[in-house]
Design a binder for this molecule. Structure first.
Ligand code: AMP
Ligand code: TRP
Length: 348
């Protein structure tokens, strides 16, 4: 883990089973980055309580999400894998950033508006503050790049604005000519086109999501083969023969063909050629098989990991120590720039 490599940080919320969107849009891309980047991956459990949550499930969902990271190919030898709430600096930097972030920046966040609408009358301050906590996650590690799905682009822009306009421009240390030097690294989003937006199986116009009450709308990474096959069999189709990309009238065809291209490893061009005149009845078993085969090794590794809980605990303890070392340094830098009196325990 050389420090000259660009740094990457990302995370997923432990709110129920991870699905194909989380895998293809996020985690799968993390795996390749391990070769070229200094990688930090956290399970963002503090984000998971921004909507009403079940305390009886949080710890288990946190463990299973971490285990899925490893099962998908995140290698704790090369990556720092940790739980957000295990590193206190996330909450503390979030508070400091809160006091520097204009309220109206948060009120414009699309995801807040969507989630608040779903929540009805029970909207927490934490839900509004969610992107500031996310900014803290990223800025603590001076991340150069943040791999996320398309839906997180606006949150990334907010993190950049907070770093640039609210921290660096106002509190950056003064250089020799009196100009402000950066206090925090301004992160770039890393959004891969393919897989960046996996759509629901029951509606090709809405995103595959953990919070959709209809479980048939998503395939989770731990769905057994029969269930995967059943969900694909029932997936929404249209009356037209042949699958194609990019027809705005046929979002389901675009989505399912895209899944086939990725999961079979054939790529978009070959998949489009293969399925151009194929009926849904022939295509669906093909997609089901590709999905089952793609998930088989992930599910096998997951089962192995869960049979040895001590190993996962050890990975997360090591991750916490490595993450803390970096995060505490950044936090100390920000505290100093904001003018706090250093406490004795903080003089690192
Ligand atoms: P979440 O499930 O909201 O915690 O999202 C975790 C990661 O998965 C983020 O990087 C999201 O952008 C990504 N993601 C979530 N849903 C999808 C989807 N339907 N398609 C592509 N990426 C997604
Ligand atoms: N908001 C992200 C999502 O729902 C999860 C997240 C929290 C995250 N903190 C992050 C992603 C930091 C990348 C970097 O997908």
């Amino acid at each position: 883990m050389s420090s000259t490599r660009p740094r990457v940080l990302s995370g997923v919320q432990p709110t129920g089973a991870l699905h194909l969107g989380n895998w293809l849009g996020a985690i799968r891309n993390w795996v390749d980055l391990q070769d070229s980047h200094d990688t930090f991956f956290c399970v963002v459990d503090l984000h998971a309580i921004t909507v009403p949550h079940d305390p009886a499930r949080l710890a288990e969902d946190t463990r299973s999400t971490a285990a899925l990271y490893l099962a998908c190919g995140i290698d704790p030898q090369r990556s720092t894998v940790f739980v957000q709430s295990h590193v206190g600096a996330h909450s503390e930097l979030c508070w400091l950033l809160n006091c520097l972030t204009p309220l109206n920046w948060l009120e414009r966040m699309i995801q807040f508006k969507e989630k608040a609408l779903k929540q009805g009358s029970d909207v927490s301050a934490g839900l509004l503050d969610y992107p500031v906590l996310m900014a803290a996650d990223i800025l603590l590690y001076d991340a150069d790049q943040v791999p996320v799905g398309e839906d997180q682009k606006q949150h990334l822009e907010l993190a950049r604005d907070i770093a640039q306009q609210r921290l660096n421009a106002r509190f950056g240390p003064k250089g020799p000519d009196g100009e402000r030097m950066p206090l925090l690294k301004v992160p770039e989003p890393l959004i891969l086109k393919e897989g960046a937006r996996v759509m629901s199986l029951t509606d090709g116009r809405s995103k595959m999501s953990k919070s959709d009450p209809n479980e048939a709308s998503r395939i989770t990474l731990l769905d057994p083969p029969e269930l995967i096959t059943k969900k694909i069999k029932r997936a929404k189709t249209d009356p037209q023969l042949g699958l194609e990309f990019g027809n705005p009238e046929r979002p389901e065809a675009d989505n399912l063909l895209g899944l086939y291209a990725l999961l079979s490893g054939r790529g978009r061009e070959a998949a489009a050629a293969e399925c151009a005149s194929m009926g849904w009845g022939s295509f669906k078993p093909l997609l089901a098989e590709a999905t089952v085969e793609a998930l088989r090794p992930v599910q096998q590794r997951y089962a192995e990991l869960r049979s040895d809980p001590g190993r996962l605990d050890q990975v997360l303890a090591e991750g916490q120590a490595r993450a803390e070392a970096v995060a505490d340094d950044t936090l100390a830098r920000v505290r100093q720039a904001l003018g706090f009196l250093p406490g004795p325990a903080r003089n690192r």
